[in-house]
Design a protein around this ligand. Structure first.
Ligand SMILES: Cc1cc2nc3c(=O)[nH]c(=O)nc-3n(C[C@H](O)[C@H](O)[C@H](O)COP(=O)(O)OP(=O)(O)OC[C@H]3O[C@@H](n4cnc5c(N)ncnc54)[C@H](O)[C@@H]3O)c2cc1C
Ligand code: SF4
Length: 339
């Protein structure tokens, strides 16, 4: 059994106190923790070795959900994934978000895990998500304790994979996030929170707390999320496809956003695929063209589950499936993967 190393848990009673506490620490010594469902397993494997954790769990200021589909939603970062997936307005009017939240890991982890933690979840790699002793046996890698990248040994960067389920959906919905730190507050598009870097994958300071997510109105939008993984009951995504489309009364696509998760170190906006749909009706032909355009920017590497060639092929299949669902067309069976 892996044991959690010793650390000091700081329990602020307000958001202001939490900002002060994290800002008072040396960045390399302290981390924020919400549900702990990603952080604690990582600490057991010594991927993170903070001396102090600033707990966000008790903060009522992070536990709220307001608004509606007509005006948009504001979701506190401390809402659990269960609460998000089962919220009536989200389930009815933001079904892609409800689906993505409901597909994260297991019920127990969704009861503890928060939406804020899900957006900040660590990047993953087969050579990194291992025990300390496993990683030591191969001489570690540059994401923690080592110097080389075992996936691309000639590379000067880490290619660990962005593995959040809700991030692709919220980017497809054009969501923004509010960050609060010692220098004050700022609102940024969620897509700008992520960096193309498996190690420093978030474009925010260690002392900035993600307080809430601002989701635009859903009126007039259709949306969906498809996830690929080996075990449907448990696993992280090895591909996530989110799509949001706005159609006119004739069914012509006015706006489209398609986002690919788990294909590289950040959620990728498949802009060419979206552009291929705008001005078109959702027909099998336009869907096939968009799926082909989404296939090109997806460049998964051999560092997550299942074969690389299969995961790449599944980008086209899952994009077609999610678009067919939004078009009300039958979704083709899995043997179409081999087309
Ligand atoms: C077996 C298993 C399966 C899993 N499967 C999936 C899966 O399928 N899909 C998926 O997306 N995730 C999965 N996870 C990861 C995790 O459970 C979820 O991502 C969860 O939503 C993380 O939320 P949390 O509140 O527990 O985050 P924590 O573990 O508390 O924190 C995660 C990271 O976010 C930071 N953080 C947390 N809250 C904030 C905040 N408000 N502001 C700034 N930084 C913050 C922490 O510092 C830490 O770096 C899995 C985990 C396990 C153990
Ligand atoms: S991509 Fe390379 S550097 Fe990054 S975690 Fe994997 S092996 Fe390590």
């Amino acid at each position: 059994m892996l044991r959690l190393p010793a650390f000091t848990y700081l329990a602020p009673s307000s958001l202001t106190a939490a900002v002060r506490m994290i800002a008072d620490q040396q960045p390399e010594d302290a981390m924020l923790v919400a549900g702990g469902t990603d952080l604690y397993p990582n600490m057991k494997r010594q991927q993170f070795e903070p001396k102090r954790l600033v707990g966000l769990r008790r903060l009522r200021e992070l536990r709220f959900l307001s608004g509606d589909a007509r005006h948009g939603l504001t979701i506190g970062a401390g809402m659990t994934l269960t609460e998000v997936s089962q919220h009536q307005e989200i389930a009815a009017r933001y079904p892609a978000l409800a689906t993505a939240a409901s597909l994260v890991s297991t019920p127990q982890l969704r009861n503890m895990g928060t939406i804020g933690g899900n957006l900040c979840v660590d990047t993953r790699c087969n050579y990194y998500n291992q025990t300390y002793w496993w990683r030591q046996a191969i001489g570690f890698c540059m994401k923690k304790d080592g110097e080389i990248c075992w996936v691309a040994p000639g590379s000067s960067r880490c290619w660990a994979v962005s593995s959040s389920d809700t991030a692709p959906v919220l980017i497809a919905l054009n969501a923004q996030v509010n960050l609060l730190g010692p220098q004050g507050e700022r609102v940024i598009p969620l897509c700008d929170l992520y960096r193309d870097d498996g190690m420093v994958y978030l474009g925010k300071g260690n002392d900035e707390i993600l307080t809430h997510i601002i989701v635009p109105p859903a009126t007039g939008w259709r949306m969906g999320y498809f996830k690929l993984r080996r075990r449907d009951s448990f696993d992280f995504p090895i591909l996530g496809v989110a799509a949001a489309l706005r159609l006119d009364d004739d069914g012509t696509c006015l706006e489209a956003r398609i986002v690919l998760g788990a294909v590289t170190s950040f959620p990728v906006l498949a802009t060419a695929a979206a552009a291929a749909l705008v001005g078109q009706r959702l027909t099998p032909e336009s869907i096939t063209a968009a799926a082909a355009a989404a296939f090109k920017p997806a460049k998964p590497l051999d560092n997550t589950d299942l074969m690389l060639s299969y995961r790449k092929k599944m980008v086209r299949v899952h994009v077609a499936r999610v678009l067919r669902q939004l078009a009300g067309l039958p979704i083709r069976p899995s043997h179409d993967v081999h087309e």
